[in-house]
Design a protein around this ligand. Structure first.
Ligand code: PMP
Length: 420
């Protein structure tokens, strides 16, 4: 028989990691926006696997395809060989996502984590330009392997590396100097000045909405001016869409609203459809300089993930999917603004874009208390930001409106409790 979740938690206390400590329950089942613990308690999931579960848990369409594939003895692992599942996924990505958006990219699969896609992207821009460094931004998060970590801002994440993390120049992200002060003027001035000591980088790497760094959204204008600056200087543009992509901001790519045309895009998390590990780099055709084997990996190409991924992409073939997604984005926006108004003097501000949203308060401790109070009420919502001062609101994109409202009600209730 199962020991009680509490007993297991206590027993493993020294071994368990972040989420286990924050959400002390043993989870056993999940469907759509709902997740149940072993004792049958139901929670609404506003964490969505930190962006890996944009289509919710066990989406019936995706799950069915995966089960059928296994029932037909479909290939699960094939190293890097070309398989039907891989070909079908690539075709779907081109036909359903890239072509309608007039984007022309080569698809480079990488090891199955986002970090590995970032490593792949960093190697590509270095090889293309022959330059060593990249410019990354304050509060950016790009992964935990050494190259991706070097591009990451958060001190806590960097602390474990034990080495100087080289070849990254950090620049201020949009809004870093406060409202009305343009950080790109600063970036441009340093790049223009031969006395600044800032070397010409191979690329800018950024998230259009910084997820882990505290749900900080760059404005459309800032993104467009960054791209223009990159073009003017011959600097490549890498958009890390691992968390903000796959529909999270209301469009498939997070850079669509700004109309960007990044040279390199990294995707992971929800590209795998139902939380199956998968990552890839999209690279403009003329920049596809890597030789076969230059960025290899045993799990470069998980066929189950390809099957799930293709099923998920099929949703995007129906224009209604994006329309309905945007209705949910509008609903969340309205509710978060309402909550912030009600918070009055507590200085509560909504952040982010689409369904990658957050709330932050003048008192940085509030977000953590809200997360705990939400958990007690049956809502899973995580904090983010360098001080854990931002409460993240990331429901599945496919959540029905009623459940979305209920989750937001629980959130409003948890906020009141956190102040009590
Ligand atoms: N880039 C971004 C923007 C991310 O949010 C993450 C994961 N939080 C990563 C890269 C790294 O992905 P992974 O954890 O799969 O290595």
């Amino acid at each position: 028989r199962h020991a009680s979740p509490r007993a297991i938690f206590d027993e493993h206390e020294s071994a368990v990691r972040t989420y286990c400590r924050k959400f002390p329950a043993v989870f056993s089942r999940a469907l759509g926006h709902r997740i149940w613990d072993e004792e049958g308690r139901e929670y609404i999931d506003f964490l969505s696997g930190a962006g890996a579960l944009n289509y919710g848990h066990n989406h019936p369409v995706i799950k069915r395809q995966v089960i059928e594939y296994l029932e037909q003895d479909g290939i699960t692992h094939s190293m890097d060989m070309h398989t039907q599942a891989k070909r079908d996924f690539m075709q779907a990505l081109v036909d359903v996502i890239l072509k309608p958006r007039k984007l022309d990219y080569r698809i480079q699969f990488t090891g199955p984590t986002g970090s590995n896609a970032v490593e792949g992207a960093l190697k590509i821009v270095r090889k293309v330009t022959g330059r060593a460094s990249v410019i990354a931004f304050t509060n950016g998060f790009h992964g935990m392997s050494l190259g991706a970590l070097a591009a990451t801002g958060t001190a806590m994440k960097r602390a474990g590396a034990g080495l100087p993390l080289a070849h990254v120049t950090r620049m201020p992200f949009d809004g870093y100097f406060g409202e009305g002060r343009d950080t790109l003027e600063y970036v441009e001035a340093l790049l223009d000045d031969p006395g600044s000591g800032v070397e010409l980088p191979a690329a800018f790497i950024l998230e259009t909405v910084q997820g882990e760094g505290g749900v900080i959204a760059a404005s459309t204008g800032w993104l467009q001016r960054l791209q223009a600056l990159a073009r003017r200087k011959g600097i490549l543009l890498i958009v890390d869409d691992i968390q903000a992509g796959c529909g999270r901001t209301g469009t498939f790519f997070s850079f669509e609203e700004a109309g960007l045309s990044p040279d390199v895009v990294t995707l992971s998390k929800s590209i795998g459809g139902m939380g199956l590990p998968m990552a890839l780099v999209l690279v403009k055709r003329e920049l596809d300089v890597q030789q076969p084997g230059e960025h290899s990996g045993t799990f470069r190409g998980n066929n189950l993930a390809f099957v799930a991924a293709r099923a998920a992409l099929s949703f995007w073939a129906d224009p209604l999917f994006e329309k309905e997604l945007q209705l949910r984005c509008a609903l969340v926006d309205e509710r978060l603004r309402g909550i912030a108004r009600q918070e009055g003097a507590k200085g509560c501000t909504p952040r982010g874009r689409g369904l990658l949203r957050g709330l932050t308060w003048a008192d940085p401790g509030v977000a953590g208390r809200v997360s705990q109070a939400a958990f007690q009420r049956g809502l899973i919502a995580e904090t983010s930001g360098a001080h854990g001062h931002v409460l993240k609101v990331m429901p599945p994109l496919t959540i029905d409106v009623e459940a979305l409202q209920k989750g937001l009600d629980l959130l409003a209730d948890a906020i009141q409790a956190a102040h009590a």
